[in-house]
Design a protein around this ligand. Structure first.
Ligand SMILES: [Zn+2]
Length: 157
């Protein structure tokens, strides 16, 4: 019997590219971000050891991930969907993966994949103890791919 608190690891070896985020998952996204799983073995092995979460299925997903991506054929160019627990631990690192060059971004205006994008910050404001800003990512032809509203509340004692 499998309880709902147990991670059900995928059984099939994935394709090279995985959908990290898209408008289907997150309304901040206009483009679709794929990450290159063939580059992620070392990162994901270290990540499983160096971060620990008490939420068991997500920790299990993290620990299983390097095993899952280890045997991808080098000439594979297909796309894979991540499961919920995999996306949960990976999606916060989207900009890291972009900065490392382990990605391609679909621009729905250009109708093409880009391997380079630009990031800007706008609408910075401070209201009381809260800082707010908007983080925007663009394709090389200046089409908006992502618009994330961010905020941090500073708690002073
Ligand atoms: Zn574009």
């Amino acid at each position: 019997m499998v309880s709902k608190d147990t991670y059900q690891a995928p059984t099939k070896t994935p394709n090279r590219w995985a959908v990290l985020n898209s408008p289907d998952y997150d309304q901040d996204f206009i483009g679709t971000l794929l990450i290159d799983l063939t580059k992620m073995y070392e990162w994901s092995s270290n990540h499983a050891v160096n971060t620990w979460t008490s939420h068991t299925p997500s920790q299990q997903a993290k620990e299983y991930f390097p095993k899952w991506i280890k045997d991808i054929e080098p000439n594979n160019s297909g796309t894979t969907l991540l499961d919920h627990n995999q996306r949960e631990f990976l999606k916060a690192y989207d900009l890291d993966f972009i900065q490392r060059g382990w990605f391609k971004f679909w621009c729905p205006t250009c109708l093409t994949w880009h391997t380079e994008i630009f990031e800007t910050t706008k609408d910075k404001e401070h209201i009381g103890k809260t800082s707010k800003w908007t983080n925007e990512w663009f394709c090389p032809k200046n089409h908006l791919l992502v618009s994330k509203k961010q905020s941090i509340r500073i708690i002073a004692r």
